[in-house]
Design a protein around this ligand. Structure first.
Ligand SMILES: NC(=O)C1=CN([C@@H]2O[C@H](COP(=O)(O)OP(=O)(O)OC[C@H]3O[C@@H](n4cnc5c(N)ncnc54)[C@H](OP(=O)(O)O)[C@@H]3O)[C@@H](O)[C@H]2O)C=CC1
Ligand SMILES: CC(=O)N[C@@H](CCC(=O)OP(=O)(O)O)C(=O)O
Length: 350
């Protein structure tokens, strides 16, 4: 990590993902933020909308001009909505930038599947092939040296990190997986809507997009690859009255009489040497507050002898491991740096 700092730009810097990228990148030892970019507020100081960045980000917001971004930066993060990234990323790559995209546009390898779930035109199939799916702990080797990284969705990150070790070991039945997931409202971005209106969400718990969530094909794509056979899942999402955090509770049929101790050993081995996945033991279940503001994913399990089912609980902060933190972890891997650079914070508690 010696020498000149890598210059980064952020498109979508006025959104929740963009502002969270600024928070971590500002303290990154090998990075300089050279441009914060906005489609709707170019020319304005970022502090107009985000006074907490006063005296930290001094430059005004730049316009979305790929050539100008490439003249300043080496790497660009696109924290832009699905449908926008798919059109913008090819221009940024053409201008010579390395790109880390936070949207869902490059995650699904089959363009037809993407169009069915996202209702936008799919990016070019060659680019879909080129995009590396940045689930850092699983595809880290592919991320190293990549030019285009597709950062995973928030729910898929929590869910896949919880399921992959047991599935790849052949310990759970791939046809039996049920996922019940809950998210804080920042997961839906900074835009206002009736669903996230204070009076609608406060003291409330709502299921949404049941069997229709755009993260279903993303989860199934990875699980199918891991299992070596087509996997379908039942996936239900809920909105909770909290700002940050995701809890994914997963159920699957066990294919043997595995104990919790077996599972702890399996998961510890799978994530050996990876700083951001922590495995719980002694029946202490992970809670969202225990990862708040950090890049950790905490996982706990219970193997039920009576029903033959495994319960896995995985928690992340959707804004960090579910978005900006994992994107920076991928930058670190892409650049050959320590994956924890700029991300070494313990969770905010209480
Ligand atoms: N929030 C979360 O927990 C997670 C979000 N994601 C994904 O990350 C991306 C960003 O999410 P989030 O920050 O929450 O969303 P926000 O809605 O908070 O922000 C999106 C930003 O995109 C910018 N934007 C909109 N249209 C354009 C355009 N045509 N060209 C350039 N920029 C545009 C907007 O800024 P401006 O108008 O100033 O340009 C806006 O600030 C999304 O794809 C989201 O799905 C992924 C994982 C988790
Ligand atoms: C709470 C909430 O609304 N969460 C969003 C997750 C958004 C996201 O991460 O979107 P992409 O992965 O598609 O980019 C949702 O459920 O759609």
């Amino acid at each position: 990590m010696n020498g000149e700092k890598v210059k980064v730009a952020i498109v979508g810097s006025t959104g929740y993902g963009g502002v969270e990228l600024i928070r971590f990148l500002w303290g990154h030892p090998a990075v300089e933020i050279v441009s914060v970019i906005s489609a709707s507020s170019a020319g304005a100081p970022i502090t107009e909308g985000f006074p907490h960045l006063s005296d930290i980000i001094v430059q005004s917001l730049d316009a979305v001009e790929p050539e100008e971004i490439a003249a300043k930066a080496d790497v660009v993060f696109t924290a832009t909505p699905s449908g926008v990234s798919g059109k913008l990323v090819p221009e940024l790559l053409k201008a010579g930038l390395k790109v880390i995209d936070l949207s869902g546009d490059f995650r699904i390898k089959d363009g037809d599947v993407y169009e069915t779930w996202y209702k936008h035109e799919a990016p070019d199939s060659q680019l879909l092939d080129r995009a590396v799916y940045g689930l850092s702990e699983v595809y880290g080797d592919e991320v190293r040296g990549a030019g285009l990284i597709s950062n995973p969705g928030c729910y898929p990150t929590a869910t896949l990190l919880g399921l992959i070790p047991a599935l790849s070991a052949g310990w759970i039945d791939p046809g039996s997986i049920i996922i019940d997931a809950k998210s804080g409202v920042s997961g839906s971005g900074r835009g206002t809507s009736l669903t996230t209106h204070y009076a609608e969400i406060n003291e409330n718990l709502k299921a949404y997009k049941v069997n229709k969530h755009q993260h279903i094909p993303e989860i199934e794509q990875v699980l199918s690859q891991v299992a070596g056979e087509p996997v379908t899942v039942t996936f239900t999402t809920h909105l909770t009255p909290m700002t940050r955090g995701i809890m994914s509770t997963m159920y699957a049929g066990l294919k043997g009489a595995y104990t919790e101790e077996d599972l702890i050993q399996l998961y510890r081995q799978f994530y050996k040497g990876r700083s951001f996945v922590r495995i719980r033991e002694n029946g202490i279940w992970p809670a969202t507050k225990e990862v708040f503001g950090s890049n950790y994913c905490d996982i706990g399990f219970a193997a039920d002898r009576r029903t033959g089912r495994l319960t896995i609980i995985s928690v992340i902060d959707n804004m960090v491991k579910g978005a900006a933190g994992q994107a920076i972890q991928n930058l670190n891997l892409m650049m050959g740096w320590d994956e924890t650079a700029g991300l070494n914070y313990i969770p905010v508690y209480p």
